[in-house]
Ligand binder design. Structure first.
Ligand code: FMN
Length: 243
């Protein structure tokens, strides 16, 4: 098959910078939602960005449940409250008060919630690329989530991923059939602003890890081989942290 390839050039500076800006300034948003509705025009762009994510075997296993109704949101929120209370007791005692003080969802405040799902049977039982690692379809739906998240940032919207609940309750609340997995429950909408750093970092829960300690060369545990790259990574992380 003859294919004419499109030019593989770097994007012009301003567009390239825009992509990185969206990546570095994207935040998980929970407490800053405004009630303003998200227009169909913008919502369509977000969903289209999600729908153009990579997927194993081009399976496109995702669907999107747009949740605006009070009743299903209330049920998901109740599921959150129950799981949140249980979760607090799972942390060491000295962390429980901090945990309880964190705002970890914006289900009722955000004007729209989106549940991204994964249909594990969408492309039949044998899927190119999923033959040996069954979870690749779930990862594909997560790729759709990340596209949506970055697109939301580009649109000046906030997005918060809520995962503290019994998934079966969310499945029932949204009428999602068996065999289709709710992968991500997202709260989306206009926000008062973005936190400059992850809220968990600012709250002293966990710091951003030094990237030079996360890179291995050729073999796990070999972390010194390329000092040039390591120095560059340290410098870039420092620059970003100082912004
Ligand atoms: C799979 C996944 C699940 C998450 N679940 C929650 C959640 O239930 N509640 C919450 O407040 N944040 C949740 N987050 C957001 C993370 O806490 C957040 O991404 C992280 O602290 C880094 O902050 P940032 O996204 O603002 O950079 C989740 C993120 C991911 C990727």
């Amino acid at each position: 098959m003859e294919t004419t390839l499109l030019p593989a050039e770097a994007l012009p500076d301003s567009e390239r910078n825009g992509v990185y800006r969206a990546i570095f300034s994207r935040r998980d948003t929970r407490g800053e939602f405004l009630p303003d509705p998200v227009s169909d025009e913008v919502l369509s762009r977000l969903l289209m960005a999600a729908h153009h994510a990579p997927s194993v075997g081009f399976m496109q296993p995702w669907s999107f449940v747009i949740v605006r109704g009070e009743e299903p949101r209330r049920r998901v929120h109740d599921a959150f409250l129950a799981a949140h209370a249980e979760a607090a007791l799972m942390f060491p005692e000295d962390k429980r008060d901090t945990y309880r003080s964190l705002k970890l969802e914006g289900i009722m405040e955000a004007p729209v919630n989106i549940c991204v799902t994964c249909d594990r049977d969408r492309a039949g039982p044998v899927v190119i690329g999923r033959t040996h690692i069954r979870t690749m379809d779930l990862y594909s739906s997560v790729c759709a989530v990340q596209n949506l998240w970055l697109a939301a940032r580009a649109e000046g919207l906030g997005l918060g991923w809520v995962s503290i609940f019994d998934n079966a309750v969310v499945q029932r609340a949204l009428g999602i059939p068996d065999g289709i997995v709710p992968v991500a429950y997202l709260c989306v909408g206009k926000v008062r602003g973005y936190h400059p750093r992850p809220e968990l970092e600012a709250a002293g829960w966990r710091p951003r890890l030094p990237i030079d300690q996360l890179v291995h060369f050729d073999r796990w545990g070999e972390q010194e081989a390329d000092q040039g790259l390591l120095n560059r990574l340290r410098a870039d992380q420092e620059t970003l942290a100082g912004r």
